[in-house]
Design a protein. Structure first.
Length: 225
């Protein structure tokens, strides 16, 4: 079975790139995380690929919260997934505190969205008893993404044995919940990362903007023949 590939465009992209990706990709193990403004245009061009928003509001439903986009709005727009708690968001906004990330997670679950919850080496600060209870009740609606801060955008991937050890601890604490690895994933290292048995897939940043790179990573996600 192929492992999951989540492509996070971050604050990148264009309508031309949307067109190219919509024509190119249909893989059922690919989730494309686009800036919100590109989600509907992509869906209009490609109804097969699963899409993820890169964040949602801590506020529920609708209301006087200018600039916010709620989990319910995303779900009503046909979006299936949302990325939550990415380290880049936590570094630029004090709104992405642990408490608020968990509120977003709860909102997403209530709206019927699946969540990709990002954690780093300090995962104990986020995955406490309250969070593990929430995950147990998620009915498969939450995927964890382990992203060491030292690896995000640096080109430096930790030792594979260290990745395996940390992911094993995460899965033990969270009852075996599916866990991705993220941080400087590319076509060169994707295969060896996804060959780690405890890892269920990868969260890809910059490399996901290049069709040849993402194609190679998807090829690496399938079991070696």
């Amino acid at each position: 079975m192929s492992k999951l590939v989540v492509a996070n465009w971050k604050m990148n992209g264009s309508i031309d790139l949307v067109d190219e990706f919509a024509k190119t990709f249909t893989a059922d193990n690919l989730i494309l995380g686009l800036p919100t403004i590109f989600l509907s245009p992509f869906r209009n061009r490609n109804s097969i690929l699963k899409l993820a928003a890169q964040d949602c509001s801590m506020f529920q439903g609708f209301g006087a919260h200018t600039g916010e986009i709620s989990a319910r709005m995303l779900r009503e727009s046909g979006i299936e997934y949302v990325i939550l708690g990415h380290s880049e968001r936590r570094s630029i906004s004090n709104l992405d505190s642990t408490e608020n990330i968990l509120q977003k997670l709860s909102n997403a679950m209530d709206a019927g969205l699946s969540s990709i919850l990002c954690i780093d080496e300090n995962f104990d600060q986020l995955i406490d008893e309250k969070t593990t209870d929430l995950l147990r009740n998620s009915l498969g609606k939450v995927i964890l993404a382990f992203e060491p801060v030292s690896a995000i955008g640096t080109g430096i991937v930790p030792n594979l044995s260290d990745i395996r050890e940390t992911v094993s601890k995460i899965k033990e604490k969270c009852d075996g919940i599916n866990t991705l690895y993220g941080g400087s994933v590319n076509s060169i290292n994707a295969r060896e990362i996804m060959d780690i048995p405890e890892i269920d897939g990868v969260l890809v940043g910059g490399a996901s903007l290049k069709i040849p790179e993402l194609t190679a990573i998807l090829q690496a996600s399938s079991p070696a023949v």
